[in-house]
Ligand binder design. Structure first.
Ligand code: 13P
Length: 250
């Protein structure tokens, strides 16, 4: 089985003081876990703090968004090169909370994905359906459209060594995770969709599950063949719970 990847998405939580405590606890509790890759995606202002506290650990860091542009008069935006300046290795792209609250289109998300790749960041592309879409049996169609926008605009080879996170919107922050079978089935669909265009890219891709992962359900999810790890919201804000999830992946 390939090494699992566990990514903490802190969303808009934290302060200099609480981050320091949490990152120090991550370092302590995770240092014995040698068979899992761990990443923490922090709010922009805390990238420098993550860099200085994590540089000598095996935990990587990243951001939760990136501009679709490289440089210029884009007030309030942060470029991929700026993220690289702070040692970021990963960036979350197209999280559903951004799509819903900030009207992020699939086309914008695709361009951000391209920007991240072009500047040496590993994009973590979030895809997933709403509850209404799942109940209507449309979940594969919805996820396919999100993937196909990138494939049509930039080609499937762009997925090489990238990360996709399947995050059903109904499972995010709801306490109701997808079942291992539901997640496995969508992950298989995602890999096959990419493979139908570019098999090498599909094989090099990690597909994470996100949405109410906790230390109790992590093992059942992570044993599934096509689940390569997790994208963790709420439980990443608690060092003990996050350790439990990383331990399950390890
Ligand atoms: P929760 O783990 O809080 O459900 O959040 C998942 C998520 O949105 C990670 O990006």
């Amino acid at each position: 089985m390939p090494r699992k990847l566990v990514v903490a998405n802190w969303k808009m939580h934290g302060s200099l003081a609480s981050n320091q405590q949490l990152l120090e606890a991550y370092i302590q509790t995770l240092k014995s876990l040698e068979n899992v890759d761990v990443v923490v995606c922090v709010p922009y202002p805390y990238l420098a703090q993550a860099q200085s506290l994590l540089a000598s650990s095996s935990i990587a860091w990243g951001a939760q968004n990136v501009s679709k542009d490289t440089l210029g008069a884009y007030t309030g935006e942060v470029s991929a090169l700026m993220l690289r300046d702070f040692g970021a290795k990963y960036v979350i792209i197209g999280h559903s909370e951004r799509a819903t609250a900030y009207c992020e289109s699939d086309e914008n998300v695709a361009t951000k994905f391209m920007q991240a790749k072009a500047h040496g960041l590993i994009p973590i592309l979030c895809v997933g359906e709403t509850l209404i879409e799942r109940e209507a049996g449309m979940m594969e169609m919805v996820v396919a459209k999100q993937l196909d926008t990138i494939i049509q605009m930039y080609g499937a080879a762009l997925f090489a060594n990238a990360v996709i996170a399947y995050e059903p919107i109904w499972a995010i922050g709801s306490g109701l995770a997808a079942t291992p079978d539901q997640a496995q089935s969508m992950h298989e669909f995602i890999r096959n969709r990419i493979a139908s265009h570019d098999e090498d890219a599909a094989n090099s891709l990690k597909i994470l599950y996100g949405g109410s992962v906790n230390p109790q359900n992590a093992v059942q999810l992570f044993v599934m063949q096509n689940i390569n790890g997790g994208l963790i919201g709420r439980c990443s804000l608690n060092a003990q719970e996050f350790e439990g999830i990383c331990r399950a992946a390890n």
